[in-house]
Design a protein around this ligand. Structure first.
Ligand SMILES: Nc1ncnc2c1ncn2[C@@H]1O[C@H](COP(=O)(O)OP(=O)(O)OP(=O)(O)O)[C@@H](O)[C@H]1O
Length: 656
């Protein structure tokens, strides 16, 4: 299962949040009245302007912004000066938004959209984003990443979210996910690979937007239009990270003074909805500036959609469009005051990254796999699957990540789960102290980062262990021996893996088992001789003296295993009991290290044994092992059998 997580922006090698103030630019439209030539506003320099003080005509009020563009400024200047710089954030999974604000007829649509001769911010930004995601050739760190860009286009018309790409989708809902991302479920998304793809979808969609003629604007926007460009960056190699950045390009409807617009009927109703949502927008900005605990984002669809742009996680740019004509004086003043208070808002951008959470079903599946197949083969298979699978679709990506996790050693996964549990508990304890969702999120981000580092460390360790295991395995195979050759104390996890394979190997290998099990004890010769002398045979003699006797039994014919010999141990009952007690003692008192020295007990099982006895008390019999998670009755029986052979050492074995 994939989990959506947020990480903090990397800065100077250390990861820490990087607050970003909403940047505010003001653009003054050219003077457009024919019969009047009185402007109420004047630019001072590239950042400031002044407007006449209506209380005292002899005075002016001055405003300073991040940028001021006079009536001669070109579309290109506005774009390069205020917008272009935020685009690279999208490529690292961060959000950005640009919105044009201002009274009706002040030039918002002109700034955002423009016309074929003077293209505005929207076509320029889309073109540059397409270029940026294409122009990664030759940069080594980008080699293993691919990009996918999609677009959605909606308008908020009379408090309804309408899908401009698919007009039959009326009044779409706006939702917020647990990471405070604002989503529009069900909205149409179109993939764009080239600028003509964008044109193909955008031009007809723009025609679906509601515009109408008013006294102040021949083509007045009657809705807020929101173009969403989603940039998804996919890592094509393990661990298949996915970074998602969203760019909102918003052309707001203009505030309207209906005494001057002369709106009536439907226009008046539209105007009411526009003004009401802009009023909520103003309340949101005030609440943010005053640090109020409740920000009224939910009071309008517009503010809900702008939640990320104002006080959220986006790099935001507001372009306040103003008109110079005297008749716009109060609209201009209102727009300037709104712009001035908006520039105090601080956003906290962070990257959106999809990552893999350790989940129990995956762990369970892996356990099953481990029990039923040779671990080394299983591992290789998973590695192959991960590289063969295309990470381009989120499902594929998630599946391959599941396999990645499944390929981890169960002990590692177990540690991850423990870590996860500790973090959850810690978070539960600490959260009451965190009084805002944002602080809570920051704290969780920090914890997530720490756990990611731990995961990386464990993965490294896992890799090392696997390499060691493979090396040990190949050593065993090269020497033509079997893991039974290893002395009891040297049995480690890699040795534990090998017998699982050997059990299914050919008769020739089974014969090697016979060759390598040594006859221990110097008095063996006497037994052999005595057996021959008495006619009882070595087997009988040995059994009577309590010597473990390994007897060859031919198995029932199985496909491909005909005449394969198996070996059975015959030991005097009291010695067997002794052996069992020895094992039981070790199970109840042995440390993880001591338990690991047992045949068939690896690190994972040793830990499980210790864990089980801590929870359930001492083992009453060796068979209790079957109650342990991950041990089947068959495995326990096999363990006891093998273990008994070793626990009876230094008694000599007799092979017949
Ligand atoms: N910088 C500019 N240079 C030349 N013409 C401009 C400029 N800004 C705006 N205009 C023109 O002014 C008129 C109104 O502009 P526009 O439609 O962009 O305003 P608006 O703020 O979007 O209005 P509304 O809120 O009613 O939709 C248009 O004819 C537009 O071409």
């Amino acid at each position: 299962m994939a989990m959506r997580v947020s990480i903090m922006e990397s800065h100077g090698g250390s990861k820490r949040p990087s607050p970003s103030r909403v940047r505010v630019s003001v653009r003054l439209r050219p003077y457009m009245e024919k019969d009047e030539d009185k402007t109420c506003v004047r630019g001072l320099d590239s950042q400031s302007l002044e407007i006449v003080n209506w209380r005292n005509q002899l005075e002016t009020m001055q405003y300073q912004f991040d940028a001021f563009y006079g009536d001669k400024a070109t579309q290109r200047e506005i774009y390069t000066g205020s917008v272009y710089a935020i685009l690279p954030h999208l490529l690292v999974g961060q959000n950005a938004s640009v919105f044009a604000y201002g009274p009706t007829g002040a030039g918002k649509t002109h700034t955002m959209l423009g016309n074929p001769n003077q293209p505005g911010i929207i076509p320029r930004a889309v073109r540059d984003l397409l270029q940026m995601t294409r122009g990664t050739n030759g940069q080594p760190e980008e080699e293993n990443w691919s990009y996918a860009i999609t677009m959605s286009y909606v308008e908020i018309y009379q408090e309804k979210v309408m899908d401009l790409l698919e007009p039959k989708n009326k009044d779409l809902p706006i939702r917020e996910d647990k990471d405070h991302n604002i989503l529009i479920p069900g909205v149409t998304q179109k993939t764009i690979n080239t600028f003509s793809d964008f044109d193909e979808h955008f031009i007809p969609a723009s025609q679906n937007r509601t515009v109408a003629c008013t006294k102040l604007n021949d083509r007045s926007s009657r809705s807020h239009a929101v173009l969403l460009i989603k940039v998804q960056k996919n890592q094509q190699v393990s661990p298949f990270r996915q970074l998602t950045g969203k760019l909102y390009l918003i052309d707001l409807a203009g505030s309207e003074d209906n005494r001057r617009t002369g709106n009536q009927g439907i226009r008046l109703k539209e105007s009411g909805a526009i003004n009401s949502s802009l009023f909520t927008l103003s309340k949101v900005v005030d609440a943010l500036n005053q640090g109020l605990p409740r920000i009224p984002y939910r009071d309008s669809k517009l503010t809900r959609l702008l939640q990320d742009s104002l006080g959220g996680s986006a790099h935001s740019v507001m372009i306040a469009n103003i008109a110079p004509e005297q008749k716009y004086y109060f609209d201009t003043l209102t727009a300037l005051n709104f712009a001035a208070k908006s520039k105090q808002i601080i956003n906290k951008p962070f990257s959106q990254e999809t990552t893999q959470a350790p989940v129990l079903p995956t762990l369970k599946r892996h356990r099953d796999d481990v029990e039923s197949s040779a671990p080394s083969r299983h591992l290789k298979k998973n590695r192959k699957d991960s590289t063969e699978e295309s990470p381009n679709t989120s499902k594929d990506c998630t599946d391959s990540k599941n396999l990645q996790l499944a390929s981890l050693d169960p002990a590692v996964v177990e540690r991850l789960l423990k870590l996860d549990k500790i973090l959850t508990e810690k978070a539960k304890m600490e959260n009451p102290l965190l009084n805002t969702p944002k602080r809570e999120r920051m704290a969780l981000m920090k914890k997530w980062e720490e756990s990611q580092m731990e995961i990386e460390r464990l993965k490294e360790k896992q890799k090392e262990l696997e390499e060691k295991a493979l090396a040990a395995e190949s050593r065993v195979e090269k020497s033509g021996g079997s893991p039974f050759e290893l002395s009891d104390s040297s049995v480690n996890e890699s040795a534990f893996r090998a017998p699982l394979r050997n059990r299914t190997t050919s008769t020739a290998k089974a014969k090697k088992v016979l060759r390598v099990l040594p006859l221990q004890g110097e008095n063996l010769g006497d037994f052999t001789a005595e057996g021959e002398r008495t006619g009882l045979g070595l087997n009988q003699n040995a059994k009577e003296e309590g010597i473990p006797v390994v007897e060859k039994k031919t198995r029932k014919a199985h496909a491909g295993r005909e005449n394969e010999p198996s070996w059975e141990i015959n030991v005097r009952g009291d010695l067997l009991q002794k052996g069992r007690e020895k094992i039981l003692n070790l199970l109840n008192n042995g440390s993880v290290k001591e338990l690991k020295s047992l045949q068939k007990i690896g690190d994972k099982k040793a830990k499980l044994i210790v864990g089980w006895r801590e929870v359930n008390g001492p083992y009453t019999s060796v068979e209790d092992l079957a109650a342990m998670e991950g041990m089947t009755a068959k495995q326990v029986a096999s363990f006891i059998k093998v273990r008994l052979q070793f626990s009876l050492c230094p008694l000599p074995y007799v092979f017949i």
